[in-house]
Design a binder for this molecule. Structure first.
Ligand code: FPP
Length: 237
């Protein structure tokens, strides 16, 4: 059972294992991504039902640009189709859509769908859905440093808070929980600055096999942890 008053405000997910899922079935990798996109839809729905305020999905990393050209272009077509198809659902569900990462690197068509999705959902008050696309944590930090310098920011005014406001995630709470599927136990350049105190949940399940039940299990695991943010446990004070 989940405790309503200890729900993570922000969950980040590294959706890994689509390729292996397809390979195990003798299918082309893109079939794994297709299944992965369906899974993303299911988990977005579950997050809304559970009252999660912000959900960030790592859909395409900076490093993913190095994949074979045809996989990148198929992923881009999938992304385009997905966003086009889901835009009305985002509006209907009251989702606020936001993309983080080097969006300008994406095909122009996708950039314009992203802009449309952000514009049309900016007045919504439901869950914030963040798509990390062409995203890398180090790249985001470097871009924020450049913004600080180019804007002529006074060195003394640079604080953790003022710096956070220069990141792509400005205004969003840091992730309380980060889930990574497929057995890898690393952060892989995802929300590096923001994950300083995130609880991590790793599972061997491949992303296309992930389920609402396991999502709830991950949240319940999170709720059983004691978060101290570097301080002593409250019972010892
Ligand atoms: C990792 O699996 C997954 C990706 C690189 C792409 C994720 C994209 C989607 C789920 C579709 C788009 C979704 C949204 C929400 C817009 P992998 O290929 O690294 O798997 P492997 O490690 O088994 O090879």
């Amino acid at each position: 059972m989940l405790s309503r008053d200890k729900m993570p405000a922000h969950i980040g997910i590294i959706m890994d294992g689509n390729g292996r899922w397809a390979k195990m079935r003798g299918l082309p990798r893109i079939e794994g991504h297709r299944k992965g996109a369906e899974k993303a839809k299911e988990i977005i729905k579950a997050a809304i039902e559970l009252g999660i305020e912000t959900l960030t999905l790592y859909a395409f990393s900076m490093e993913n640009w190095q994949r074979p050209k045809n996989e990148v272009s198929m992923l881009m077509s999938l992304l385009e189709m997905y966003l086009k198809k889901e835009l009305n659902a985002f509006i209907k569900e009251g989702i606020q859509f936001r993309a983080i990462g080097e969006i300008w690197r994406l095909p122009e068509k996708i950039q314009s769908i992203i802009r449309e999705a952000e514009d049309k959902t900016s007045g919504n008050t439901g869950m914030t859905l963040v798509a990390a696309l062409s995203y890398g944590g180090r790249n985001e930090i470097v871009r924020a440093v450049k913004k600080a310098i180019y804007s002529g920011m006074d060195v003394e005014s640079i604080t953790e808070d003022s710096f956070s406001a220069l990141l792509d995630t400005a205004g969003l709470p840091p992730p309380d929980l980060i889930i990574r599927t497929s057995g890898e136990r690393r952060i892989s350049n995802f929300l590096l600055w923001q994950s300083a105190y995130s609880e991590l949940y790793f599972t061997n399940t491949l992303w296309p096999d992930f389920s609402k039940e396991e999502f709830i299990h991950a949240i319940s695991d999170y709720q059983s942890r004691e978060r101290r943010f570097g301080a002593v446990p409250s019972r010892e004070t």
